[in-house]
Design a protein around this ligand. Sequence first.
Ligand code: TMP
Ligand code: ASP
Length: 236
Amino acid sequence: MKKLEQLYEGKAKKVFATEDPALVIVDYKDDATAGDGAKKGTIRGKGVVNNRLSNNLMKMLEEKGIPTHFVEELSERETVVKKVEIVPLEVIVRNVAAGSFTKRLGVAEGTVLKAPTLEFSYKNDDLHDPLINHYHALALELATQEEIDTISDYAFRINKILSEYLLGFNIRLIDFKLEFGRLADGTIVLADEISPDTCRFWDATTGAHLDKDLFRRDLGGEEEAYKEVMSRLLGE
Ligand code: TMP
Ligand code: ASP
C-alpha cells in the first residue's frame, strides 16, 4: 500500500492518503505533549510502542466483537486503517480515581470507584476539550442519540475486555480515553489509538505508573515504562 499526500498532522500521529479512498495510513511520532500542548517533548520509541500496542489491542477487541478501524500493520510506526469521520468526543472510562477526576471531585488518587464512570469531552483544542454531558453532545450535533448509545455500550464493553486482558499481564487499567469514527455508511467503529498515551496503566503489584503520567508529571522513566508495557503484552 502506497503512502500518498499527508492529510493531517496531529500531536502524536500523521495521517496519509492511499490509492484507496476508504483507507488511510497512520504514522506514529515520538512527540509528546501534555496540558493541552503547554508541555512539549519526546518519548524515544513511543511511536513504535503505541503503533504496535494499539494494533494488538484493537485486533483483540475485534475478536471480541468490537468493530475498529484497524486494517493492517505496515511497519513499526505505520498502520493502514479505515478512513473515518471522527466523532468529536473524547470518551473516557474510569475504574479508579486519578487525574482530572481527583481534582474535580476531591477524591484521593487510587480510590476504587463503586462503578465505572463514563465521561464525554468535546474534542476542541481552542476550548481545551471541555467536559460535557450527552445532552450537550446532542444539542451541538456532535453525535446522534443512537450513536451515543452505541458508543457508550462499546466503551463499557471495551473496559471489561481490556481490564481483564491487562490483568493477565499484571497491569491494572485505571482509566482510558477512546475516540470513535463513522465509516462512509455511518457505521460507528473504534478509532484513534489505545496506548500508554491514552490510558492509565498501573503495575498491579507495585502500583508503579506505566503510562504517560510519568511525562505529564515530570516523574521520569517514561521511555522504559512504554517499553515495559510492550514487552509484557507482546513478549519482546
Ligand atoms: P484525565 O484524568 O486527565 O481526564 O484523563 C483521563 C484519561 O484520558 C487518561 O487515561 C488519559 C487520557 N487522556 C487522553 O488520552 N488525552 C487527553 O488529552 C487527556 C486530557 C487525557
Ligand atoms: N492530549 C493532551 C495534550 O496535548 C495530552 C495529555 O494529557 O494526554 O496536551
